[in-house]
Ligand binder design. Structure first.
Ligand SMILES: Cc1cc2nc3c(=O)[nH]c(=O)nc-3n(C[C@H](O)[C@H](O)[C@H](O)COP(=O)(O)OP(=O)(O)OC[C@H]3O[C@@H](n4cnc5c(N)ncnc54)[C@H](O)[C@@H]3O)c2cc1C
Ligand SMILES: *[C@@H]1O[C@H](CO)[C@@H](O)[C@H](O)[C@H]1NC(C)=O
Ligand SMILES: *[C@@H]1O[C@H](CO)[C@@H](O)[C@H](O)[C@H]1NC(C)=O
Ligand SMILES: *[C@@H]1O[C@H](CO)[C@@H](O)[C@H](O)[C@H]1NC(C)=O
Ligand SMILES: *[C@@H]1O[C@H](CO)[C@@H](O)[C@H](O)[C@H]1NC(C)=O
Ligand SMILES: *[C@@H]1O[C@H](CO)[C@@H](O)[C@H](O)[C@H]1NC(C)=O
Length: 539
């Protein structure tokens, strides 16, 4: 099987996508897609003043925004920017066309926006609001048709205070631009692994970083959140002021207000050493044992990180495994990867030593695809369950080849180590909402998904979704049968049908409920902003 022949570009694409919840089309049109997406990536660039007309638009919330003197940041469907804004949600299946967008540039405008929307139409009417930072959340978390999308992408400033060693980052920034800005000061932060992913959604759900083994989740490194509450009030939440809200925001997502700014602890930035490998699926068993051993390492190895991904790619007619090994101190030949490195590769390993910004950029996006994902699954670090995952994935591929045809889809299944000390760091840094400390086992997160490649893929969606869902249920049942099931549903990758908040455990659910009631007594963020993970839907 001549996999190397046409695969260098494709394999690169695989690596690009290895940390995403639902992946992207492994096509040769990557560059074209990138070009198409550029206007989205350069968000905010040309958001010009438009509609100043005082006549009613017929849309109560849009009228209310205009009446609040926000017309310069309201974009109706007739706006030249409207289609670019629609495409600002990452996956095709999450792009929705609302009545209007509002694109606040500062905290004061967010406050005015919230007040105007709260008062719109006397609070009546069946319309809703979606809040969007980077737009990478799945389902209908960040977009809506019948109502207004609050797009925070213009709030993308990153500043650094050398005295306090704290970076202040706007919610609408992308991790790539955050890292590039902070690099000028020789510092880094605990954030996303891909440049184009948004700051807001990632931190508010936790935030897995290459540095998590050393620093904890992105949310554990927030020293202050600036938040606009439902009544328009602007507050800080930190360890001393509104400390209940501070803790709730570390994983509690969009239940309390709109976060406008995150103050983040920084650390001196070293280059990252990255080693990328491609491995034939016949070696999956050996690789799984090596991943399990890596996950069982203690925290003294915290400068190392890895991710492994199986992918069926129709161009290769095979399931290929890609592995990314990272050392965050720039050490090449870290011995922790020796077992993996003994596994034969399909092509020479690709080794680089790059800055955090470049590492994120080299894993930059492929958006605009129709992805089928049912969300992540966290299991104990148990090789027999991982092997079962791989078997089920192979079965799914064979099944989909018959149902859809071999060239109609690609798949992904990844494994991400989740050692128990991730939880300990969170506890040491003040505590987050994920509730990981309830289980002392080392864990693995696995995410499976299907990318539909053909134009009529919308019609294929339900049957693929059903099959993927059945596969995930079967893996869950197997994990349970061998006592390797775990409770956490990691929110940033979750499908909104999953009860991610409920998985945080009763004490944290209770905390989130109390804090939501205290800071949003009218339930504005529960009822008018229904997308995503809402405490009011948790039993
Ligand atoms: C290509 C790709 C790579 C990824 N890599 C990683 C990774 O390395 N590590 C990781 O942990 N996760 C990763 N994820 C998952 C990612 O963290 C989530 O998709 C997250 O939602 C992204 O944040 P966002 O701002 O782009 O999303 P959005 O969809 O804009 O927001 C997600 C949710 O948060 C809410 N929200 C956003 N901003 C605010 C705010 N300011 N105030 C209140 N609510 C808000 C939204 O309403 C929505 O419900 C990745 C996802 C993709 C698609
Ligand atoms: C904010 O976004 C704009 C538009 O994409 C971009 O030009 C600018 O560089 C970004 N700002 C920062 C600090 O990254
Ligand atoms: C309305 O907004 C514009 C900026 O768009 C500002 O210059 C003006 O002062 C505002 N008017 C009032 C009455 O707030
Ligand atoms: C915490 O909030 C208070 C009140 O707004 C503020 O004065 C203080 O500077 C904040 N602390 C941090 C660490 O940001
Ligand atoms: C794809 O691979 C399978 C075996 O894995 C083989 O049976 C089939 O003929 C191959 N298809 C093509 C088009 O090469
Ligand atoms: C790392 O290993 C490669 C061979 O695998 C070797 O060529 C290189 O010199 C090593 N680098 C260091 C710094 O040890």
């Amino acid at each position: 099987m001549d996999i190397q022949a046409n695969s260098s570009q494709t394999i690169h694409t695989q690596f690009i996508n290895m940390i995403i919840p639902q992946f992207s089309k492994p096509s040769k049109q990557t560059t074209a897609a990138l070009a198409l997406l550029l206007p989205v990536a350069v968000q905010g660039q040309s958001f010009t003043t438009n509609h100043t007309s005082q006549t009613s638009t017929g849309f109560a919330p849009c009228d209310s925004l205009i009446a609040a003197n926000l017309s310069s940041i309201v974009h109706l469907p007739s706006s030249p920017l409207y289609s670019t804004l629609v495409a600002g949600s990452w996956a095709k299946d999450t792009q929705r066309a609302p009545w209007c967008f509002v694109t606040p540039c500062n905290t004061d405008e967010v406050s005015k926006t919230v007040v105007a929307l709260k008062d719109a139409g006397n609070g009546a009417g069946d319309w809703h609001i979606a809040i969007r930072s980077g737009g990478h959340g799945g389902g209908s978390q960040n977009s809506i048709e019948q109502g207004v999308i609050v797009d925070l992408s213009r709030m993308n400033d990153t500043t650094f205070d050398a005295q306090t060693e704290v970076a202040s980052v706007g919610s609408g920034a992308r991790w790539g631009e955050v890292y590039a800005e902070l690099e000028k000061f020789g510092v880094g932060v605990t954030g996303g692994r891909e440049a184009i992913v948004g700051v807001g959604g990632l931190i508010l759900g936790g935030g897995l970083s290459w540095y998590t083994a050393r620093e904890g989740f992105a949310c554990d490194n927030v020293v202050n959140f600036e938040v606009v509450l439902a009544n328009g009030e602007i507050v800080n939440a930190n360890a001393t002021d509104n400390s209940d809200l501070f803790r709730a925001l570390k994983g509690g997502s969009s239940n309390f207000g709109i976060v406008t700014k995150f103050d983040l602890k920084t650390f001196p930035a070293d280059k990252l050493s990255i080693d990328q490998r491609t491995i034939s699926s016949e070696h999956a068993g050996g690789l799984i044992d090596a991943i399990a051993d890596f996950t069982d390492l203690d925290q003294t190895f915290h400068d190392n990180a890895m991710i492994a991904m199986m992918m069926y790619n129709p161009q290769q007619n095979a399931t290929i495994i890609t592995v990314k090994e990272i050392n965050t101190m720039g050490k090449v030949n870290s011995t922790v990867f020796d077992a993996i490195n003994r596994i034969p590769t399909l092509a020479p390993a690709k080794k680089q030593t790059v800055t955090l910004a470049d590492s994120a950029k080299s894993a930059a996006l492929e958006a605009n695809t129709r992805n089928v994902g049912v969300g992540p699954l966290v299991i104990a670090n148990d090789p027999q369950v991982m092997r079962y995952c791989v078997e089920q994935h192979e079965k799914l591929i064979e099944d989909l080849k018959k149902v859809l045809g071999p060239n109609e889809f690609a798949t992904i299944q990844d494994f991400q180590p989740f050692p128990s000390y991730f939880a300990d760091i969170g506890v040491q840094k003040g505590g987050n909402m994920l509730g990981l400390e309830r289980s002392s086992r080392n864990k693995i997160m696995t995410i499976s998904g299907v990318i539909l490649l053909t134009p009529n893929s919308e019609k294929q969606y339900p049957q693929v979704y059903q099959r993927l869902s059945a596969m995930t249920e079967s893996i869950k049942a197997f994990a349970k049968s061998v006592g390797s099931d775990e409770e956490l549903i990691y929110l940033p990758y979750a499908n909104p049908m999953q009860d991610a908040i409920g998985s945080y455990g009763p004490a944290n659910v209770e905390h989130i409920r109390k804090v939501a009631e205290k800071f949003d007594p009218s339930g504005f963020f529960q009822h008018r902003v229904p997308g995503g993970f809402k405490i009011s839907r948790v039993n």
